[in-house]
Design a protein around this ligand. Structure first.
Ligand SMILES: Cc1cc2nc3c(=O)[nH]c(=O)nc-3n(C[C@H](O)[C@H](O)[C@H](O)COP(=O)(O)O)c2cc1C
Length: 186
C-alpha cells in the first residue's frame, strides 16, 4: 500500500508524527510538509521535520517538487492524508488549487476517486471552512477533525493523540488498536 501524507501549517504536530511512526515499515510512505508545518513541528514538539523523517523509511519530498512521483496520478497512490489540514490548505483542496505537493496529492486522490482523508484544525470554524469541508465530504473525502473523545477515559495526552490517529487508520482500513473501542473491556 502506498500512502501520501501531507502536513500543513495547523496546530497538532504530534498527530502526523504518531501516524508516520505507526505506519513506518508497514506501508510505503511519501511525506511532504509546508514551510509553516515544519516551523510548527519545531515550535510544538521541538523536532526538525526532515530529520525526523530520516529516522524512518518514509520518503520525503519538498512541497514544490512537482517531479516527485506522487505528483502524478500514474504513480498510483492508494490514499492521501492531510494531517493536520490548515484552513488555507483546506480551501485550496476544495477549490482544486493544486499549487503544492500537498494540494496536488489531494487533487489527484479526488480525480481518481482514491481515499482522501482531511483532518482540518481550527476553532471556531467559519462558514467558509464548513462549506469547504462539506464540499470535500460530498466528493467522498473523509473529514476527520482531530477532536478526541473522552468516553474511553484517556489517561494521558498520548491516549488522546492515539484516539485521533486510530480514527485516521480506521478510515485507511488499517487494523489498529490505538484506542479502546466502545464495548471493549477497560
Ligand atoms: C503556531 C501556528 C499555529 C497555527 N495553527 C493553525 C491552525 O490550527 N489552523 C489553521 O488553519 N491555521 C493555523 N496557522 C496559520 C497557518 O499556518 C497559515 O494560514 C498558513 O498560511 C497555512 O499554510 P499551509 O497550509 O500552506 O501550511 C498556524 C500558524 C502558526 C504559526
Amino acid at each position: 500500500m502506498k500512502i501520501g501524507i501531507g502536513v500543513s501549517g495547523a496546530s497538532g504536530a504530534v498527530y502526523p508524527k504518531r501516524l508516520i511512526e505507526f505506519l513506518d515499515k508497514k506501508v510505503e510512505l511519501f511525506v511532504f510538509a509546508s514551510d509553516t508545518a515544519k516551523e510548527i513541528f519545531k515550535y510544538e514538539i521541538d523536532l526538525d521535520f526532515v530529520e525526523f523523517i530520516k529516522t524512518t523509511e518514509a520518503r520525503y519530498f519538498e512541497t514544490d517538487d512537482f517531479y516527485a512521483p506522487v505528483a502524478s496520478g500514474s504513480f498510483g497512490l492508494d490514499a492521501c492524508v492531510i494531517l493536520p489540514c490548515s484552513m488555507k490548505t483546506l480551501s485550496a483542496i476544495a477549490n482544486g488549487y493544486a499549487d503544492s505537493l500537498i494540494t496536488r496529492c489531494a487533487d489527484v486522490a479526488i480525480k481518481q476517486s482514491k481515499k482522501l482523508i482531511v483532518s482540518p484544525r481550527e476553532m471556531p470554524f467559519s462558514a467558509i471552512h464548513l462549506e469547504n469541508m462539506l464540499k470535500l465530504s460530498r466528493l467522498g473525502a473523509s473529514i476527520v477533525v482531530p477532536a478526541p473523545a473522552f468516553y474511553f477515559k484517556p489517561k494521558t495526552l498520548n491516549d488522546m493523540v492515539d484516539f485521533v490517529v486510530g480514527k485516521i487508520l480506521d478510515e485507511l482500513g488499517i487494523e489498529n488498536n490505538l484506542y479502546l473501542r466502545w464495548g471493549a473491556k477497560h
